[in-house]
Design a protein around this ligand. Structure first.
Ligand SMILES: NC(=O)c1ccc[n+]([C@@H]2O[C@H](COP(=O)([O-])OP(=O)(O)OC[C@H]3O[C@@H](n4cnc5c(N)ncnc54)[C@H](O)[C@@H]3O)[C@@H](O)[C@H]2O)c1
Length: 351
């Protein structure tokens, strides 16, 4: 199988889908791996590192996509990628199609088959999304704490406070992978944290992480009350494959104090805050109703050295199955197909 790894061209995205060590495993198994020149640089891997692993370096995207059968990348294709995709390609990457009907149509028009990392489900878990969610949860708090600085327009609050001052208040919507990591990180800084979820099990897990964390059922009135007092609000809900439910209305955002901060991790699935729109690392934030909004859709892209290694470890076993041609019998991959031969096939996109 000819496996192609393009350079990510989304703004300031530094991740690469597979590290040289992982490529070496694929080459040793008899596959030919192609890399677009420079694709690993921001993750700390040079073309020479890849060459030493037996990878063929392609001078530009056109050459890469021409030789590739299986295209493995990180983020969903943007215009510059779409121009190179062809019907015979098997595409494996994050797609987040539910809030993006335009990209869904474009992939169908190409006529290819595309499997989304975030819809590969194994034993009720999302093993390809989880490592990026772990990272995004931590980054959401690091970035939120940063934007609370008065020098950046924030309300001028040290999230953890010090003895003799009030602790910052953090509200986390969703107690899954990213939400729990966000809650844990905020509590480690000394903030007071409330985690909301619609199930009690994540709330139990949240409360076990720190005495500074309270778990609460996601009733609308309870969320409204907590949001009004929050210094930092984190959106971290997910219904796999579907558009994120809107848990925070514009009126709730208006009730927050000026200089408060919202980081909506769930923006890649459309966001769970009514006033949130997608942003990127070129211009990560905007202010609405006096509240700083951050809707970066590729939060882990800021720490590519960590993220590429974590992503590679998660996806390699699945890439091996795809490359061996045995994947159609592998339910998690088969059920992860979003577009099959140019047709929408995933149930969450059909409903
Ligand atoms: N912006 C980024 O860079 C980035 C990076 C990684 C992950 N994500 C996204 O973050 C989101 C969360 O991912 P995750 O891996 O933490 O998901 P997860 O499945 O581990 O957790 C989601 C949680 O949301 C809860 N939930 C769902 N609907 C709810 C509702 N109506 N009310 C209350 N709780 C509800 C679920 O019960 C679950 O506990 C996803 O959209 C994911 O794609 C974004």
């Amino acid at each position: 199988m000819h496996i192609g790894i393009p350079r990510e061209i989304k703004a300031k995205e530094g991740r690469v889908a597979l590290t040289p060590h992982a490529c070496h495993e694929l080459v040793a198994a008899g596959h030919t791996v192609h890399l677009e020149t420079g694709a690993g640089l921001m993750s700390g891997f040079s073309d020479t590192d890849y060459r030493q692993a037996g990878v063929e370096i392609e001078a530009h995207a056109e050459a890469l996509y021409r030789v590739a059968e299986l295209v493995v990348k990180v983020k969903e294709p943007v215009a510059g990628d779409l121009a190179h995709l062809r019907k015979h390609h098997l595409l494996f990457c994050f797609l987040h199609l539910a809030p993006n009907p335009q990209l869904t149509r474009q992939l169908c028009d190409v006529g290819l088959t595309a499997i989304a990392f975030e819809t590969v489900e194994e034993n009720g878990k999302l093993p390809l999304l989880a490592p990026m969610s772990e990272i995004a949860g931590r980054i959401a708090i690091q970035a939120g704490a940063h934007y609370l600085h008065a020098s950046l327009g924030g309300k001028g609050l040290l999230l953890g406070g010090i003895p003799g001052t009030a602790r910052g208040k953090v509200v986390v919507l969703g107690g899954g992978t990213s939400g729990l990591r966000a809650a844990e990180t905020a509590a480690a800084l000394g903030a007071q944290v409330i985690v909301f979820d619609r199930y009690s099990e994540p709330l139990h897990r949240a409360c076990q992480l720190s005495p500074l964390i309270t778990g609460r059922m996601a009733y609308t009135a309870a969320i409204a009350d907590a949001v009004a007092h929050a210094d930092l609000l984190i959106g971290a809900v997910l219904v796999p494959g579907e558009r994120a439910p809107k848990l925070v209305s514009e009126a709730m955002v208006k009730s927050m104090q000026p200089g408060s901060v919202i980081v909506d991790i769930a923006i890649d699935q459309g966001g769970c805050v009514e006033t949130m729109r997608a942003t990127n690392y070129v211009e990560p934030t905007y202010v609405l109703h006096g509240v700083i909004h951050m809707g970066v859709t590729n939060l882990p892209g800021a720490v590519p050295r960590t993220s590429s290694e974590a992503l590679t470890a998660a996806i390699l076993p699945y890439v091996q199955k795809l490359a061996n041609g045995s994947w159609q019998q592998h339910a998690p991959l088969y059920n992860g197909i979003n577009v099959g031969n140019g047709k929408i096939v995933h149930p969450a996109l059909l409903s």
